[in-house]
Unconditional design. Structure first.
Length: 435
């Protein structure tokens, strides 16, 4: 593993390529050992990255960590975790994560930096999120109701409140009050005790103040000094506000373009971008999902794969691998390699299907449709492959995998036109094959 990691660039990234929940946290956890700094670029507490840390005395015993805001690399000693300017941060949620880390005796001193340009998610953003979702009726997006969308709306409308403003608290509080009054005029019936929330934030300030920094300048200086940086993506390519299945998307850019705008790292610095893809496909909430399985097999995959949201606990919709989705992600992100996760979930299937293409109104499509209405009329092209009907969870090398599992992986690689470099065969750190 370490020999392979040396081939990645000094500034690398790991991003999702489907509809999120692909298993980014595990590869980030593994790679973080070899990087000095782990940074997040976008999103907020709507993302959930799950890490299973092995017991040194018994690697099969693990401690589960679920991160929503703090980059998951923080569990490695001496690594610096950066919450970038492209994020939107709910401060109580952040404090909960920091408290959990302290309970596990993880030293945070000098190891967490929060961008002074990141925007704050207030509790009223969560209430607005619920109001807007309810107003959509049967066209609900399926938001996590964590307030991400309304916070990003305030950012784009140039009325958002940023983390750096906390350093002059009275001005910060006045800005928050002005913004809230504007929103109350727009959302009739919006009720919230902002003064109580501001007082709670004031009490947090002593702990947060040392973490607030110009993280863009910090990352630039680190690169000049020869330090290594891993950017940890959130959500997934097809939830991107520009390139996803709009409007059933998140409110930020979890594609590779967001890595630069969300951290301040120059576009010529990130040379390795590894995309995470499940060996099948899942989606949480509403929105197009062409390969969704609607019979009992979908339920079987959900239970075997533990397909429940790390943030919301909602059951994920499950479907076959979609090579159109994969190729699109490779192209949009300029991916240099793939980590295929959860191959072990398919161990007991006799036959496995792969979607290879879409046809719409008699024409074969080369890419994902822009209109969500088009998904209702897509004709899907499938191929079927024989399953391997063997346990892959103990495989340590590519050659250890059953022949049919290798054939499946190589077919996916051919269809998405990108090398599959990492293969996940379980949740633990040691259940990762490097080709």
């Amino acid at each position: 593993m370490n020999d392979y990691i040396q081939k990645l660039s000094p500034v690398s990234a790991v991003i999702g390529t489907q509809w999120g929940d692909e298993g980014k946290g595990k590869l980030v956890d593994i790679l973080s050992e070899q990087y000095d700094i782990i940074a997040r670029a976008a999103g907020g507490a709507n993302a959930g990255h799950t890490i299973y840390v092995p017991n040194p005395q018994n690697p099969e015993e693990t401690t589960k960590f679920v991160f929503h805001l703090v980059p998951s690399g923080i569990i490695h000693e001496n690594k610096v975790a950066v919450l970038g300017n492209g994020m939107v941060i709910n401060l109580p949620s952040l404090m909960e994560e920091l408290d959990t880390l302290k309970k596990y005796n993880i030293d945070l001193n000098g190891r967490i930096l929060i961008s002074d340009r990141a925007h704050i998610v207030f509790e009223y953003h969560k209430k607005i999120d619920a109001i807007e979702e309810e107003q959509k009726g049967d066209k609900k997006v399926g938001t996590t109701l964590r307030g991400m969308g309304p916070a990003y709306q305030d950012k784009i409308a140039r009325r958002g409140v940023r983390v750096g403003e906390l350093l002059e608290f009275d001005k910060f509080a006045d800005h928050a009050r002005t913004t809230f009054l504007t929103l109350q005029r727009r959302y009739k019936g919006l009720k919230h005790d902002l003064e109580k929330e501001l007082e709670e934030i004031r009490r947090m300030l002593g702990l947060l103040r040392p973490f607030i920094a110009d993280t863009g300048a910090f990352l630039h200086k680190a690169i000049k000094e020869g330090k290594t940086i891993l950017v940890e993506g959130a959500n997934g390519t097809h939830l991107d506000i520009d390139h996803g299945t709009y409007p059933f998307v998140t409110s930020s850019n979890p594609t590779s373009g967001g890595l630069y705008t969300g951290t301040g790292i120059g576009a010529n610095k990130i040379k390795s971008v590894v995309g995470i893809m499940k060996a099948y496909t899942t989606r949480v909430g509403a929105g197009p999902f062409p390969t969704e399985i609607h019979d009992d097999l979908g339920d079987i995959i959900r239970e075997k794969g533990g397909e429940y949201g790390a943030t919301t606990g909602r059951p994920r919709r499950c479907g076959w691998f979609d090579a159109v989705v994969g190729r699109y992600a490779v192209r949009i992100n300029g991916l240099t390699g793939i980590n295929l996760t959860k191959i072990d979930v398919l161990d007991e299937l006799k036959t496995i299907k792969i979607c290879t293409g879409y046809t719409y109104k008699g024409s074969r499509l080369d890419s994902m449709p822009a209109s969500t209405d088009a998904y209702d009329d897509l004709e899907l092209e499938y191929i079927e492959m024989d399953g391997w009907m063997e346990d892959t969870s103990k495989a340590k090398t590519y050659e250890d995998l059953p022949e049919n599992a290798r054939k499946y992986i190589e077919k996916l690689e051919e269809l998405i036109e990108c090398p599959i470099q990492f293969i996940g065969v379980g949740v633990r750190r040691d259940q990762m094959i490097v080709r």
